[in-house]
Design a protein around this ligand. Structure first.
Ligand SMILES: Nc1ncnc2c1ncn2[C@@H]1O[C@H](COP(=O)(O)OP(=O)(O)OP(=O)(O)O)[C@@H](O)[C@H]1O
Ligand SMILES: [Mg+2]
Length: 377
């Protein structure tokens, strides 16, 4: 079955530039922890409605969005999994003159390699087995709008060359076609790998990197901007209390202390999941440490997962080994493994699927005394 391409049109405008102060009766003591200079309230909004936080690092990111939104420069967003790359991409589109045109997203980890070219450029009927009808790719679907290519480091090298040509010439040819088709798109890309490193590794073209990263936005990990945590907690408390039709619970000072000091390897996504779980599980009107299910030792335990791959393995085999060891360390929980590995669950699932398709039995090969995890995709 063909993977679907998410086509989303966002019409909401950048909200008027003003700061709004809100009282925070739900965060016991949070005002003192979060805003020492401003203990009476916590500022939770900025010029971009859905992007919560007031840290210096986040303000710098938002200032950059302000500068790039009005133009057509290609923007590349880098940051660990769950830091908000997609949220930022949407904010750029929503603030741009293209906001009433389509925003089309292509996630390179969600598409089998053999279908990637067709997903990008479309195909003509009969151009390959299974191409039973003409189909448009994302370049056609995003015409006059914004194309967001997520996890671009996963794009195979031959397609990187084709993508570079399209970016430079603003025209492409469908798979199995011969007609040149014009395209007018604004390109936003994202990666949780550092693209400069994959360029050095030789798996990403340097010329493509320079083309897509005209403006580079580096999203800091949540542990590097702890000032944002109380604001995010407040935001998610309200969001999930509404979703689950519960009264907004109060967070005890001890729970807030833990939330602000935790390392958040899965970044804002992990915090969001944690607060949703707490809202659902909270017994009564209070969230205390016991309902947070945060194990501060977990990341350290994972850091102790030392790859023991024998010399002579390829980089891909070492990656596979490390992923499987991490899965073993968390008893096969893909969600926890993805969080610890700093990749999205989707990305982990894609990698496991591709290992299984290659028919490897990596567990025995890399054996050892640890709990073993077998591929079962
Ligand atoms: N500053 C923020 N304010 C509010 N919500 C946020 C913020 N940053 C991230 N989120 C929320 O966290 C979740 C993860 O964000 P997003 O999907 O944009 O991250 P990502 O960097 O694209 O992750 P991945 O690399 O795993 O794809 C989303 O639900 C998003 O709405
Ligand atoms: Mg993403």
């Amino acid at each position: 079955m063909m993977p679907t391409v998410a086509v989303c049109v966002y019409c909401s405008q950048k909200i008027e530039e003003k700061e709004k102060s809100v009282d925070v009766p739900h965060l016991g003591g949070v005002a003192h922890l979060a805003c020492a200079q401003s203990p009476a309230h916590v500022v939770t909004t900025n010029a971009y409605g859905g992007i919560i936080g007031q840290s210096r690092q986040l303000r710098e990111v938002l200032a950059k969005i302000d500068k790039v939104a009005g133009g057509d420069a290609n923007v590349c967003i880098m940051g660990e999994s769950g830091t908000g790359k997609e949220l930022i991409a949407r904010a750029i589109h929503q603030s741009s003159p293209r906001r009433d045109r389509p925003l089309v997203t292509l996630d390179c980890t969600a598409i089998p390699e053999g279908l990637m070219e067709s997903q990008l450029f479309g195909h003509r009927r009969g151009s390959f087995t299974g191409a039973v009808e003409h189909r448009n790719g994302v370049f056609a679907l995003a015409h006059t709008g914004t194309l967001f290519i997520d996890e671009i480091s996963e794009l195979p090298l031959p397609l990187q060359a084709k993508l570079l040509r399209v970016i430079q010439a603003h025209e492409f040819v469908k798979v199995g076609g011969s007609k040149l088709i014009r395209t007018d798109i604004r390109l936003i890309t994202a990666s949780n790998k550092d693209l400069r490193e994959v360029v050095v590794d030789g798996t990403f073209r340097a010329d493509l990197y320079y083309r897509i990263a005209v403006v580079m936005i580096q999203l800091p990990a949540l542990r590097e901007r702890r000032d944002d945590i109380p604001h995010l907690v407040e935001h998610f408390l309200h969001k999930f209390s509404t979703v689950h039709r519960r009264p907004v619970p109060t967070v005890t000072p001890q729970a807030l202390e833990l939330l602000t000091s935790y390392s958040w390897p899965g970044n804002v996504r992990q915090l969001e999941n944690c607060i949703e779980q707490a809202v659902v599980l909270a017994d009564g009107a209070t969230i205390d440490v016991d309902v947070l299910s945060l194990d501060e030792h977990e990341p350290k335990k994972a850091a102790g997962v030392t790859p023991s791959a024998p010399a002579g393995l390829t980089l891909r085999e070492v990656e596979q080994e490390h992923i499987l060891q991490t899965l073993s360390a968390v008893d096969g929980s893909r969600t926890r493994a993805a969080r610890l590995l700093g990749i999205s669950l989707r990305c982990l699932q894609y990698k496991l699927k591709s290992y299984a398709e290659e028919g490897g039995e990596p567990i025995e090969a890399f054996g050892g005394a640890r709990t073993k995890y077998t591929l079962g995709v």
